[in-house]
Design a protein around this ligand. Structure first.
Ligand code: AMP
Length: 175
């Protein structure tokens, strides 16, 4: 079975979570199959055009495969968190949500100027979160080399928000 088919078979749909009308893609069943987890990491690495200088993971499900992939490549892993969680000095970016706004941040010394960074999260929906992470990378003087997601929800057209930063966008499965 292809990697795409294995992932689709394993991810669980939760209708009306966290609110009515949303079909939540629950990735937690993936973690029961460690061979599949290894194949997901290898899937991301095979699609990379060049080896990045760092992988940046978005809180919190972006930490899981983001960290595994960085570890396998032997490159630094950077945490992007919601405001107020990181202990050291940070740089921040605000972004709009459906209702209101949110702030993400990373440590101010997390990236070196000129580094090529891959931004990772579990799922691309509207693209607002990943686009904010891209602005954070650029604010630090680094470059967005790519975006990696396990799942892309094509019908929400999130890629259109990301192409200003790079065309190198990987979704291992699409819906
Ligand atoms: P967005 O900024 O709209 O692209 O939303 C992306 C973030 O929200 C990711 O961190 C996802 O984990 C989460 N997310 C949004 N929609 C879903 C969904 N249908 N299923 C699971 N996670 C979702």
């Amino acid at each position: 079975m292809s990697l795409e088919a294995e992932i689709k078979k394993t991810i669980r749909d939760i209708p009306d979570f966290p609110k009515p009308g949303i079909v939540f893609k629950d990735i937690t069943p993936l973690f029961y199959d460690q061979k599949l987890c290894t194949d997901i990491v290898d899937g991301f690495i095979q699609k990379m055009k060049t080896r990045p200088d760092a992988i940046l993971g978005i809180e919190s499900r972006g930490f899981l495969f983001g960290f595994l992939t960085a570890n396998k490549l032997g490159v630094p892993f950077v945490l992007v968190r919601k405001a107020g969680k990181l202990p050291y000095k940070t740089i921040k970016v605000d972004y709009d949500l459906e209702y209101g706004s949110a702030t993400i941040e990373m440590h101010e010394d997390a990236l070196k100027r000129g580094w090529n960074v891959i931004i990772h999260d579990d799922l691309l929906a509207t693209g607002g979160t990943a686009e904010a992470a891209a602005r954070l990378v650029e604010k630090a003087g680094a470059k967005v080399a790519g975006f990696d997601f396990i799942v892309g929800l094509e019908f929400l057209n999130g890629k259109s928000k990301l192409v200003n930063h790079t065309n190198n966008i990987t979704c291992l499965v699409q819906y």
